[in-house]
Design a binder for this molecule. Structure first.
Ligand code: URA
Length: 240
């Protein structure tokens, strides 16, 4: 039997840094055998004890699945010599584990961005074969009309001749629309709307598959996904 400090056990599971573990424990976000424990220095035997963080049991696989409310002005890239990236918003302990963004949002796009260190899960979500839906809200300069929604339903042909899969266009008001796509071509939503004479002035991703952006997260904030959420993104795809 070997007893370890609670903050060390939580850190070793890979979900956060040591300082974050201490903070979460003090905030009552960590449970030991189902009961909240707020003492980071308390000692437990990891072999015989169950731990959960934010209501989610620590996973044996140790993979991390993160939802970020991406703010405008940061690149979706692992690193960049000049500009801030989404990785700069992540705790160093996660970066060391090989966390990477799943897919890409433009620098000025906000909203739901997933990050993980589970390559298989990430790859399946972005693979065009998986047809995982993405829902965006776009403010456009112009007036969206029912003919635009019909053109989206048929499949937009971009200005360079590229054929898009059939997509959804919901008109919330003449200059506010929701777009659902099932693929991830470069600047896809902006280019689809531009092809209809509707240049995008603001773009936010609201949903990926069955997972919606947690609107309690302010831009720049992130949290771990629950197991249910990890599965909801792309049902049946969770890596073993
Ligand atoms: N489509 C775009 O045009 N930009 C994004 O950031 C995402 C989808």
């Amino acid at each position: 039997m070997s007893f370890l400090r609670l903050d060390k056990i939580i850190t070793d599971s890979g979900v956060c840094s040591r300082s974050q573990a201490k903070e979460w424990i003090r905030q009552g976000r960590v449970a030991v055998n189902g009961a909240v424990c707020t003492d980071p220095a308390s000692k437990w035997d990891p072999a015989t004890t169950g731990f959960s963080v934010n209501g989610e049991p620590i996973r044996e696989s140790g993979h991390i699945y993160v939802m970020l409310h991406k703010p405008a002005g940061v690149l979706t890239a692992a690193r960049d010599p000049r500009q801030p990236t989404v990785m700069d918003l992540m705790p160093p302990a996660w970066k060391k584990r090989g966390l990477f963004p799943v897919g890409r949002l433009d620098k000025d796009t906000t909203g739901l961005l997933l990050l993980t260190d589970d390559g298989e899960w990430g790859h399946r979500i972005i693979s065009p074969k998986s047809r995982v839906s993405k829902l965006y809200e776009a403010r456009v300069d112009g007036t969206a009309a029912p003919e635009d929604a019909e053109a989206f339903r048929r499949g937009i042909v971009l200005k360079d001749g590229l054929q898009c899969l059939p997509a959804g266009l919901e008109i919330l008001s003449p200059s506010l629309v929701r777009v659902t796509v099932f693929e991830g071509k470069y600047h896809q939503v902006k280019r689809m709307l531009a092809s209809r004479g509707l240049p995008v002035t603001a773009l936010k991703r609201l949903r990926v598959g069955g997972l919606g952006l947690d609107e309690s997260l302010s831009p720049g904030e992130y949290r771990l996904l629950t197991k249910e959420e990890t599965e909801a993104v792309a049902p049946g795809m969770l890596s073993k």
